[in-house]
Design a protein. Structure first.
Length: 260
C-alpha cells in the first residue's frame, strides 16, 4: 500500500543534542510536501511546545499536533483511564506541563498515581516517596522504559533505569505509555488519520522505534545515526523493513517504492 505518512523519532534520528544530522531539516521539508509528518519521542523532559521551539531552531517548522512525546502520551492515558486523579511526578518540567495542560492535579501527598519519567534530580528520597504511594495502592505509570540516552557528551541513564529501581523496590511492574506501547501507537494513528500500513516509522532504536512500527503494522526504517549499530542489528530478532545510514536516504526509499 502507498505510504501517506511518516513518523520520525527525534534524538539520534533528526539531531544529536544541539547538532542536526545530515541535513535533516532539508529532508523533512521535502518529505512534508508529499506526506503527513509527525514527530515521536520517548523523551519526556520537554513539552511539545519546547520541542517545537527546538525544531524551529534547526529550521524545521511544525505544529503542536505534529509532536507526540511520551509525557503527552502519559497525560492522555491518565486523563482517559483515571479521570480526576492526584499524580506524584518523578520527572522534569516538560512532563509536568503536559499534565497541567490536561487539567491533571500534581501532588506530594495522598497521591493515587505515581508517574515516572527521566529526572536529572532523581534521588533516594523521591524513590522512597514513590514506593510509599505504590505500596498504598497508587497506580504506577512510566513514560518509557529506555535504559539509556546518548548525548553529545556521554551515555547517560534513561527513564527506564529509574523505573526499574522503583519496580524492584515495590515488586510492581509499571504501565508504560511511551514507545513501543499500544497506547502511544493508537495515539499517533488517530492523529494522522491514515491506516497503519500507510505509515513509515523512522528511528534509531530497535526496541522502541522499530518495535512500535512492527507492533502497529507499519513499515519501518532504521537509521544508523543513533543508538543501534550494525553489529547489534545482526544479533537482534527485531527486523526493520529498511536500514539506512541516515534520514537523508528516506526520500530515495519512498521514491523507489512509489515507482515499484
Amino acid at each position: 500500500m502507498e505510504c501517506k505518512a511518516i513518523v520520525i523519532d527525534l534524538d539520534g534520528t533528526v539531531y544529536h543534542g544541539d547538532n542536526i544530522i545530515d541535513d535533516a531539516d532539508k529532508v523533512i521539508a521535502l518529505l512534508a510536501k508529499s506526506y503527513k509528518v509527525l514527530f515521536l519521542t520517548n523523551n519526556s523532559t520537554r513539552s511539545r511546545a519546547d520541542y517545537i521551539d527546538k525544531l524551529e531552531r534547526f529550521g524545521i517548522s511544525c505544529s503542536k499536533y505534529q509532536v507526540i512525546t511520551s509525557g503527552y502520551a502519559s497525560a492522555k492515558y491518565i486523563k482517559q483511564k483515571y479521570g480526576d486523579s492526584r499524580v506524584y511526578v518523578i520527572g522534569e518540567n516538560g512532563l509536568k506541563k503536559e499534565l497541567v495542560e490536561q487539567d491533571i492535579q500534581l501532588c506530594e501527598e495522598d497521591c493515587n498515581i505515581v508517574l515516572v519519567g527521566l529526572d536529572n534530580e532523581f534521588s533516594y528520597s523521591k524513590m522512597a516517596k514513590a514506593l510509599t504511594f505504590i505500596l498504598a495502592g497508587a497506580a504506577f505509570i512510566a513514560t518509557n522504559n529506555d535504559p539509556f540516552l546518548i548525548t553529545t557528551e556521554q551515555v547517560k541513564p534513561g527513564a527506564g533505569a529509574l523505573v526499574a529501581s522503583i519496580e524492584r523496590a515495590s515488586g510492581t511492574k509499571a504501565i508504560v505509555t511511551g514507545k513501543p506501547s499500544t497506547f502511544i501507537c493508537d495515539l499517533l494513528v488517530n492523529e494522522l488519520k491514515v491506516a497503519p500500513e500507510e505509515i513509515l516509522m523512522v528511528g534509531d532504536r530497535l526496541d522502541t522505534d522499530i518495535q512500535i512500527g512492527i507492533n502497529g503494522a507499519m513499515k519501518t526504517a532504521l537509521v544508523l545515526t543513533g543508538a543501534t549499530k550494525m553489529c547489534e542489528l545482526e544479533q537482534s530478532s527485531i527486523s526493520p523493513d529498511y536500514i539506512v545510514k541516515s534520514i537523508s536516504e528516506i526520500p530515495t526509499i519512498l521514491d523507489k517504492n512509489h515507482r515499484a
